[in-house]
Design a protein around this ligand. Structure first.
Ligand code: SF4
Length: 364
């Protein structure tokens, strides 16, 4: 293990933090939501739940980008890859997410043109080298992944590259938290996502804390990062405070990444957005500005009428809203496993069902 990481996984430090959490926790039960799928994985992997007082419950939130991407989006991507001349480029996880009829993986087996890339820049390079092809990049994710494909998109726009476009499903964390709070979800405090916060800035949550009188603490992804965030959040809840605190200052600053924010402002404008399980949320997404419409795959290609339906029996929606745990889905570990996923929450490495399945033995 890298020395720099070792201190964030130190058992002695973890033990001390767990003792502080027990000391701070009141008898009354509280529910704390970790928003990000990466945080959920660490919580399962290091069995953090089992270390907490019984009065402190951790609830997994909707921060897995693949999981919250609606099934209609998968169906649109499948339709795109079947158009002659179109090549769809995507990050790996997305190819296995079931659509209504096909996943991208299955569509590829049937002749659809789908390529997995680590860097969206590869899609732009392909577009430059293959002017006869129409390249579509599947731009999904929260504010963390948005810069990775926004930069190649900006380059394509500046080059006036007319064979490059993006199928966008970009999500914004603060409006999603706003919707959860408005729905009166029984959450006493939020561990906000460190990576997203490194882009949007820790200040982005202050207004929500004030309006809903709820505390939030920015959390990282290593066990010590999360235990510090949990300790700070437990203390705030116990004291009846609604501060917006930061337990991940090594990456998340108050103002965030100004250059990334400027890039977003240049290319996108906020729009209402559908999230799987949470429905359409006001201002929870980004759409390309009208002046860049020719780079928007949905406006560029006629996909006809697409009728989508969630897989029968899948309860991803409730898992994402934090109203059930994966084990409460009747398909969990039976018909739905990482090798044979029925829903997106089992496919993605950041999915709650995937984490619950992967580390299930450690909880038995
Ligand atoms: S176990 Fe599978 S089917 Fe059930 S909610 Fe999770 S992903 Fe959906």
């Amino acid at each position: 293990m890298e020395a720099s990481l070792a201190k964030y996984r130190d058992p002695k430090a973890a033990k001390a933090l767990v003792a502080q959490i027990h000391e701070a926790a009141p008898v009354e039960p509280m529910s704390l939501m970790e928003v990000c799928g990466g945080q959920t994985h660490t919580i399962y992997q290091y069995r953090l739940r089992e270390m907490l007082p019984t009065s402190v419950r951790l609830v997994s939130g909707p921060g897995c980008p693949v999981c919250v991407t609606p099934i209609t989006y998968i169906d649109q991507a499948v339709a795109l890859c079947q158009i002659p001349g179109v090549v769809v480029f995507t990050f790996g996880d997305l190819v296995r997410v079931p659509g209504t009829r096909l996943s991208l993986e299955k569509a590829r087996a049937l002749g659809g043109r789908v390529r997995e890339v680590y860097s969206p820049l590869d899609a732009l390079i392909y577009a430059r080298e293959h002017p006869e092809s129409q390249v579509v990049f599947l731009g999904i994710g929260f504010e963390t992944t948005l810069p990775t494909f926004s930069l190649p998109l900006q380059m394509a726009i500046r080059e006036n590259r007319n064979n490059f476009s993006v199928l966008l499903s970009a999500k914004r964390v603060p409006p999603v938290l706003d919707a959860l709070l408005r729905s009166k979800a029984p959450i006493n405090g939020f561990i906000t996502p460190g990576h997203v916060t490194s882009i949007i800035g820790a200040n982005a949550y202050s207004e929500l804390c004030e309006r809903y009188q709820v505390p939030m603490v920015v959390g990282g992804f290593e066990p010590i990062d999360l235990l510090i965030a949990i300790r700070d959040l437990v203390r705030l809840v116990a004291e009846g405070k609604h501060d917006n605190a930061n337990a991940y200052p090594r990456a998340a600053r108050p103002q965030g990444n100004i250059k990334a924010q400027q890039l977003f402002a240049e290319l996108y404008e906020p729009c209402d957005e559908e999230l799987r399980g949470l429905g359409i949320i006001a201002d929870a997404g980004y759409k390309l500005r009208d002046c860049f419409a020719s780079f928007d795959a949905l406006r560029k290609f006629d996909l006809g009428k697409i009728v989508s339906a969630e897989p029968a029996g899948c309860r991803c929606g409730q898992v994402l809203a934090g109203t059930i745990v994966p084990e409460q889905c009747p398909l969990f570990g039976k018909r739905c496993t990482p090798d044979h996923s029925i829903g997106a929450c089992m496919v993605s490495m950041e999915g709650t069902c995937n984490a619950a399945y992967l580390y299930r033995d450690s909880h038995e």
